[in-house]
Structure formats: structure tokens, C-alpha cells
Design a protein around this ligand. Structure first.
Ligand code: CTP
Length: 400
């Protein structure tokens, strides 16, 4: 998960029973670098005390429209003006109605009205309240004005039933907040295809030939592209990673399934980033039943898989920006340069998998970015999220 260093988050907490989760959210935001100013509505105060949030943020907590900041400026105006993002979690039906109609009758709704910061709403309520046409209309209006909505989801509600109305998982709320903070004009309306993970080529109903890719690099790129405001299709081999919020995920276990999915997704896309470790070979045939031990060795015949990114280049040419990866264990830069040319790439991210802190399964990577016409940038060992950002900085330059 990314960090929020230096970001000022106004966290509005309203009176839904799920508001106890806002304390955890607040703690995570603080731990990941954000300065968090908390506003509690009157209904939220029935469930939680200001002291909870004051202890987590070590800052004053605001509850009244007439609160003032330490410098005596009016909190409802000053907080909104200083905020990088206004995050309302959970957002009750009442607060959504106030926001939709500009009814500035309490500290939170007044701050929202007085702020130009992007708004994130995480609704949580009873299923009938959520489905009521009034709530639907209020949420639609807020979205039309640019609010980012995260959840609700189907799940256990306080009434003891499973239904729509449960607060979105906190990781999703944090992802929506990152999107609100990260949107950039160069990515508006862009469609980006990202592949991740390793393919698995079946031998029989039980076994496959695979590789050690964890998918972390590709998932980090998909999330970073989402944060910039792109519409992201993530096409992934089997991984243990959770589906990122706000990203369309399609699973493609084999190289040939990945090829079909990538070719379809690239039609009209602005960029393809091929972080997947695609198996170069697959078994010539898949046994119908589990292959049995016979007491002698087993010879496998393998046939070559299609090259996905080279096929995209042959199909769409330079209509989209194509980025590849070259995970090598020797002659790293020469091999990467050769692949850049052979596959029609605009950019290749080369890394030496034998180096510490680089390659499969790690949270960090050290890559050299190589572009056309000898362009090159050596990056130090960085978290995969930071590497993703540097790759996207280059893609953004290639867009223009
Ligand atoms: N790639 C691909 N389709 C394949 C194999 C690789 O699209 N069948 C992509 C990878 O996703 C990566 C780039 O091509 O972005 C380079 O992958 P790599 O495995 O390093 O290259 P290969 O062409 O397979 O070369 P070699 O195995 O000889 O190193």
C-alpha cells in the first residue's frame, strides 16, 4: 500500500455503526504519513468520542460548526481550504443528502461546502436506506460533480443479515483516497492495459509448468496507473494478490489465454505494460488424466508460446505505448536493448534478478529504463510502488 506523506486529509466520520472502523482508517492514514484532521458529526459522537481520534492524530478533533483553529480562524472554512482531500468514511444517508443539496448545517457539511478539495465518499447504511431513490439520487448527483464513491459492498450488516450496505474494505477506501490525490490531466480518459504474474502451462489436471513471478510489480503498476486517473485493465496470471479497487481484473492462466485477453484489451488502449512473466514454452499436449509414475524417467515435449507483446506490436503498431520488462541474469543491458528492438517496444525495464533486492517475490526492485534512440535512466533500489511511478512518469512523457 502506498504512502500519504505530506498529504492533508480531512476525515469526516458520520453516524453509521460502521464508524468504529474509521478509527483504524485514521490510524493507517497517520502511520502512512498523512496529517489527518477529523470531524465527527453529532450522530458519530453517539458511537465514538473525540478523544479516540485526538489520540490517534495528536491533533484537535472538530465537532461543532463554531469550532475554531488554534489561530482562531473558523475551522469550517480553514480545514476545507487546507485539505488535499475530504474523505467521508463512513458516509451516512443524512450526510450524503446534506452534501448533495449544499445544506451546510453542521461542521462536516459546512466544511465540504467551503472546500475545493476532491471528495471521497464511503457510504454505509441499511440496505433499504441505500436503495431508496432519495439516496440513489443524492449519490448520483455527488458522483456527477466528481465525487469518488467507494462501496458500499454486500456483506454482514448490523441488523444481522447479509445485504448491500456494508462499508467497503478499508484498503479500498485508502485506494480511492489515493486516486483522489493522484489524478493527473495527462491520464484523464486514458486506457492502460497491464499484465502481471506468471503464466501456468498445464501438463495434466494436477500439474503445470510455471515460474516464480509474484505479480507484485504488475499490480503496483496497475494501481499507480489507476491513481493517476487511467482506466486500467489488469490481465493477470494466477497470483495470491487481492484484486485492487478501481481496476478491472481479468485472469489469464496460460500464455495463450493471456494473448487473447491482451489483444482484445489493447484495441483502442493508450498503453500496454507487459510486466507478466510469460512462459516461453508449454507442454505439447495436456494429459487428460494425472500422469502416473512408471519407474522410469519422463520426457516432456514442449512447444513455443506466442510472443504477446510482439503480436501486439504486429497488430497495433505504435498506436499505443508499449512497455516491456527484461529480467535477466547476465548481459542485462545488451539483452534488454535487443528485446526493445525485436518487440517494437517504446520502453524496457531491465533488471538483474541475481542482485539482492531485485526481481521475483521481493518488495523492491532495481531497474534500468531503456528507451528508443539510446535513452536510458538507471534507478536505485526502490519499493516496487516507486518503480511503478517512475515507469509511468516515462509513459506520461511518451503520451505527449
Ligand atoms: N513477453 C511476451 N510474450 C512472451 C514472452 C515474453 O509478451 N511469450 C514479454 C514479457 O512480458 C516482457 C518481455 O516480453 O515484457 C521480455 O520477456 P522475456 O521473457 O525477458 O523475453 P523473451 O522474449 O522470452 O526472451 P528470452 O526468454 O530469450 O530471454
Amino acid at each position: 500500500m502506498g504512502r500519504f506523506d505530506g498529504k492533508r486529509v480531512v476525515l469526516g466520520v458520520t453516524g453509521s455503526i460502521s464508524c468504529f472502523k474509521a478509527a483504524q482508517l485514521c490510524s493507517t492514514l497517520v502511520q502512512t504519513g498523512a496529517d489527518v484532521d477529523v470531524i465527527l458529526t453529532a450522530a458519530a459522537r453517539e458511537f465514538l468520542t473525540p478523544l479516540t481520534f485526538q489520540s490517534l492524530t495528536r491533533r484537535p478533533v472538530y465537532t461543532s460548526l463554531y469550532d475554531v483553529l488554534p489561530d482562531l480562524s473558523s475551522a469550517h472554512v480553514a480545514l476545507g481550504a487546507q485539505a488535499d482531500v475530504l474523505l467521508i468514511c463512513p458516509a451516512s444517508a443524512t450526510t450524503l443528502a446534506r452534501l448533495a443539496h449544499g445544506s451546510a448545517e453542521d461542521m462536516l457539511s459546512c466544511t465540504a461546502l467551503a472546500s475545493k478539495a476532491p471528495l471521497v465518499i464511503a457510504p454505509a447504511m441499511n440496505v433499504n436506506m441505500w436503495e431508496h431513490p432519495a439516496t440513489r439520487a443524492n449519490v448520483a448527483l455527488l458522483r456527477e460533480r466528481g465525487a469518488i464513491q467507494v462501496g458500499p459492498v454486500v456483506g454482514h450488516l448490523a441488523e444481522g443479515i447479509s445485504a448491500m450496505g456494508r462499508l467497503a474494505p478499508l484498503e479500498d477506501v485508502l485506494a480511492a483516497t489515493r486516486l483522489a490525490l493522484g489524478r493527473r490531466p495527462a491520464w484523464e480518459g486514458r486506457r492502460v492495459v497491464v499484465t502481471a504474474g506468471g503464466t501456468q502451462e498445464p501438463l495434466d489436471p494436477v500439474r503445470y509448468i510455471g515460474n516464480r513471478s509474484s505479480g507484485k510489480m504488475g499490480y503496483a503498476i496497475a494501481e499507480a496507473a489507476r491513481d493517476r486517473g487511467a482506466r486500467v485493465s489488469l490481465i493477470a496470471g494466477p497470483t495470491a494478490l487481492p484484486h485492487p479497487w478501481g481496476v478491472e481484473v481479468r485472469l489469464a492462466p496460460t500464455a495463450r489465454e493471456m494473448l487473447d485477453a491482451v489483444l482484445a484489451a489493447c484495441d483502442g488502449a493508450d498503453a500496454l505494460i507487459m510486466a507478466a512473466a510469460v512462459a516461453d514454452y508449454r507442454p505439447a499436449g495436456v494429459a487428460e488424466h494425472k500422469i502416473k509414475k512408471t519407474g522410469v524417467g519422463l520426457e516432456l515435449r514442449l512447444v513455443q508460446n506466442p510472443d504477446i507483446v510482439a503480436t501486439v506490436h504486429a497488430t497495433y503498431g505504435d498506436r499505443l505505448v508499449k512497455v516491456g520488462f527484461a529480467a535477466e541474469s547476465q548481459d542485462v543491458l545488451a539483452e534488454a536493448g535487443r528485446k526493445l528492438d525485436a518487440k517494437g517496444l517504446h520502453l524496457i525495464c531491465a533488471n538483474d534478478v541475481t542482485e539482492p533486492g531485485s526481481g521475483f517475490g521481493t518488495d523492491t526492485n532495481r531497474v534500468t529504463l531503456i528507451g528508443r534512440n539510446g535513452w536510458r535512466e538507471d534507478l536505485p533500489v526502490m519499493a516496487k510502488e516507486a518503480v511503478a511511478d517512475r515507469i509511468l512518469d516515462r509513459v506520461e512523457q511518451l503520451f505527449s
